[in-house]
Design a protein around this ligand. Structure first.
Ligand code: SF4
Length: 233
């Protein structure tokens, strides 16, 4: 069932025109990316939590290279919760920030054991109680594993939504609320995955390909004309 959500973070409600424009943006992205899901490899919910934490500041490809060894060595949250940090560090070293990431995934596994008997909850408020799990990671898991409508706001979603004039906010939670107000719930999960893909492929932070961008006519980024000139050179 499609439920139209409520107000934006500033308390206003999107107009029909704003919703229509937002829908057009989404339809273009659906055409561009008919299939979209995370590129991270995982076999179950707790593995997705772990690889999402490892994916910070690196590529999904890098994470996919280390994940098989990690999950072969630690095949359950209980095993990872008891792991020696120095052993985990060796495995995740190539993903960068390996000490911090090791600490995070061990604590995450300990919390899963202590709070939820090793089961990943399908509820955002319970997910964010896990150390190292913010709304973004929780939303990825909800959408990917449990099919619960969720919008994960990462750096790509933040940039793309801002440039397209879908939000004026900079705080991820406020951006999430603005997007949820603009779009029906049944599009939320598909939307954030496509924004992420579009942000990686086309609307790059430093070198966006505005000259060939399918969404140029919807874009409100002031530098788009100059960037279009550069990207078509
Ligand atoms: S025109 Fe440029 S800045 Fe605007 S959405 Fe497209 S790539 Fe991004």
């Amino acid at each position: 069932m499609t439920v139209m959500p409520g107000s934006r973070s500033d308390g206003t409600t999107p107009t029909r025109t704003e919703r229509g424009r937002a829908r057009s943006v989404f339809n273009r992205l659906l055409e561009q990316y008919p299939e979209s899901r995370t590129a991270l490899d995982y076999e179950n919910a707790w593995q997705l939590l772990v690889v999402t934490v490892l994916s910070a500041q690196t590529t999904d490809e890098n994470v996919n290279k280390v994940a098989p060894a990690l999950f072969q060595r630690y095949s359950s949250t209980a095993e990872l919760a008891d792991a020696r940090p120095e052993d985990v560090e060796k495995i995740v070293f190539s993903t960068g920030f390996y000490r911090q990431k090791t600490r995070s995934i061990i604590k995450l596994a300990q919390d899963l054991e202590d709070l939820y008997d090793g089961e990943v909850p399908a509820d955002i408020d319970r997910l964010v109680k896990l150390r190292g799990v913010g709304r973004k990671t929780a939303s990825v898991v909800l959408a990917e594993v449990w099919d619960v409508p969720a919008i994960a706001v990462d750096t790509h979603v933040k940039r793309v939504a801002g440039r397209l004039g879908l939000t004026e906010e900079t705080d991820p939670e406020r951006i999430e609320k603005d997007l949820k107000a603009l779009y029906p719930t049944d599009t939320w999960s598909a939307l954030s995955m496509r924004f992420i893909q579009f942000g990686r492929d086309v609307c790059d932070a430093r070198r966006p390909e505005c000259g060939s961008c399918e969404l140029f006519k919807f874009c409100e980024w002031p530098e788009r004309f100059e960037a279009a000139g550069k990207s078509t050179l």
